[in-house]
Design a protein around this ligand. Structure first.
Ligand code: URA
Length: 232
């Protein structure tokens, strides 16, 4: 378990909407798929009721299953570090997974499991109202966009909302990917900020937009170069 989640952080509980609380209650009592039988705790997600950024991983692992919280294990440490480097406060973003229960032996969630869990993710996106939904890794990208191939897709924006990036566990396996993860998170932060109308340059016209889902367009350099700007 990531010991960095200090008691100080726990005390800063984000404001949660009643809708989000009700949804979490529903998830906690969900038995719609066989993953329910193997879980210790459900892992609905964590974060404020409204947030500019919503991050989607694959599925809870062992530590998350024990804690009932997303990204608290080794991959969580990588994510925490990347968020920090990108100037993003973890407490201000919403973090969840494609499926809310741990698959046995951390295997990838099956298609049927993703399908039955999908309405929960859709509701979370609707309630939280993010400016950017960050799809971390192939499972999240496949579940939401229907395509995979993160190495080629990363840094690209789809349907003006979904940004693909590497999963923190991929960074654990290959540290060279960390810069790309941080860069994508920074770009997402910048986009969320300007869409909120508070960019330092007051603009936004230089941002990519209008790429449809399944777009294979190459990353926009403006989006990529957003790294290092003001935090959301
Ligand atoms: N990996 C994920 O995809 N999600 C978590 O919550 C933890 C590890």
């Amino acid at each position: 378990m990531n010991k960095d989640r200090s008691s100080k952080e726990k005390r800063r509980l984000p404001e949660r909407s009643q809708e989000l609380i009700s949804l979490e209650e529903e998830i906690k009592t969900c038995y719609r798929c066989p993953l329910a039988g193997g879980r210790t705790k459900t892992v609905p997600g964590e974060g404020p009721g409204r947030a500019g950024l919503l991050l989607v991983g694959e599925a809870p692992g062992k530590d998350e299953d024990q804690a009932g919280l997303p990204f608290v294990g080794r991959a969580g440490s990588v994510l925490d570090r990347a968020l920090k480097e990108a100037g993003i406060d973890r407490a201000e973003v919403f973090i969840t997974n494609v499926v809310k229960c741990r698959p046995p032996d951390n295997r990838r969630p099956k298609k049927e499991e993703v399908e039955v869990c999908r309405p929960y993710l859709e509701s979370q996106i609707e309630i939280v109202g993010p400016k950017v939904v960050i799809l971390m890794g192939n499972a999240a990208t496949k579940a939401v966009l229907g395509v995979e191939g993160v190495t080629n897709l990363r840094g690209q924006l789809f349907s003006d909302l979904f940004l693909v990036t590497f999963h923190p566990a991929a960074v654990l396996r290959n540290r060279d990917l960390e810069g790309a993860l941080v860069s994508d998170l920074s770009a997402a932060r910048y986009r969320a900020k300007i869409l909120r109308g508070s960019a330092d340059d007051g603009g936004g016209s230089d941002l990519p937009g209008g790429q449809g889902a399944f777009s294979t367009e190459k990353r926009d350099s403006t989006f990529e170069s957003a790294r290092g700007r003001e935090s959301i």
